[in-house]
Design a protein around this ligand. Structure first.
Ligand code: FES
Length: 314
């Protein structure tokens, strides 16, 4: 989808919000809370950013943090994108869906991880549901949407607690205490940097998986190590060895095939492929535990095989 950048607005130190209006759309685009889009950047990179929108809209809104360890994505957004520029984006996709029927929902966001959660709490406020958000940032000036979220909380059955652990005397959020204090039917959501996600995973490890929802910024665990296995592409009948150190995706690309892909690290879901035979070794951060256990699909950019052979719908 071709879009025009209608506005680039700073919303906190190091964070800008982009408003993107599709050129050829005369109807609002369907969006669900927690969805993200691919941005095809002028430097050739494709990056995923969560939408702030909670419902169908004529403009899509994303917020981008200038990552000091940027590998070219956020720095390009901040330095090269201006109002009036045209770029390409992907259709909204959602691997971090909101349970709209939960009696109570607790959200834990780290930094820019508040973006999809903003959309979620807006939706819960609209539905009259109970919610609580803990937003962890280093300092108040690095905290996007603080005023808007507090305002939303006062207008709904919600609450927002900001934890600025870069301020002297302020301790990081005790995620375990937050989880233990919630009622038994609470749904928990987390999006943020690795240390926060690790603390959240540990705190929620004993809960039923359907009440725990996560979205990752990156997949540090994704490696192409393991053993060589045979890949059979059911549609073409091709059979190929996937060597140690190379992914299925890379191997197919070296053969001239062009499977759909985006993040290449198992976090966006673009390369999800149906498994027809064999047992995948799931290394993505998209599939839920139930989806993993079903072994009906896999992310071919990172996941490998536990069986000697794998047949995919390619
Ligand atoms: S390309 Fe994003 S999960 Fe595979």
């Amino acid at each position: 989808m071709q879009v025009v950048i209608q506005a680039v607005v700073p919303v906190a130190t190091g964070i800008v919000q982009l408003s993107l209006k599709p050129e050829a759309k005369d109807r609002p685009i369907t969006v669900t809370p927690g969805a993200h889009i691919d941005l095809h950047l002028p430097n050739g990179l494709v990056r995923q950013y969560s939408l702030i929108n909670s419902r169908a809209s004529e403009t899509l809104e994303v917020a981008v943090n200038l990552d000091p360890q940027s590998r070219g994505g956020s720095i390009c957004v901040h330095k090269d994108l201006r109002q009036g520029d045209r770029i390409e984006i992907g259709q909204p996709r959602n691997h971090f869906p909101l349970n709209e029927t939960a009696a109570h929902s607790v959200f834990i966001a780290g930094g820019i991880g508040v973006t999809p959660i903003f959309a979620m709490v807006e939706r819960l406020a609209e539905l009259g549901r109970s919610w609580m958000l803990f937003h962890c940032t280093r300092t108040p000036d690095r905290t996007p949407f603080a005023v808007e979220l507090r305002d939303l909380a006062t207008r709904s059955q919600g609450a927002v607690i900001h934890v600025h652990d870069g301020v002297p005397g302020i301790r990081p959020l005790d995620v375990t205490a937050v989880v233990q204090a919630a009622s038994a039917d609470t749904h928990f959501y987390c999006c943020g940097p690795k240390p926060l996600m690790t603390a959240f995973e540990s705190a929620t490890a004993g809960l039923p998986p359907h009440r725990v929802h996560v979205e990752y910024f990156s997949n540090d665990e994704a490696q192409h190590e393991g053993t060589e296995f045979e890949l059979i592409c059911a549609r073409s009948g091709l059979a190929v060895k996937i060597p140690v150190g190379h992914s299925i995706l890379e191997t197919l690309e070296t053969m001239g095939l062009t499977p759909l892909c985006s993040c290449r690290e198992g976090i966006c879901g673009t390369c999800e492929t149906a498994v027809l035979e064999g047992t995948p070794d799931h290394r993505d951060l998209v599939l839920t535990p139930d989806e993993r256990a079903s072994n009906t699909s896999m992310m071919i950019c990172v996941s490998r095989a536990k069986s000697r052979s794998l047949t995919l719908d390619i």
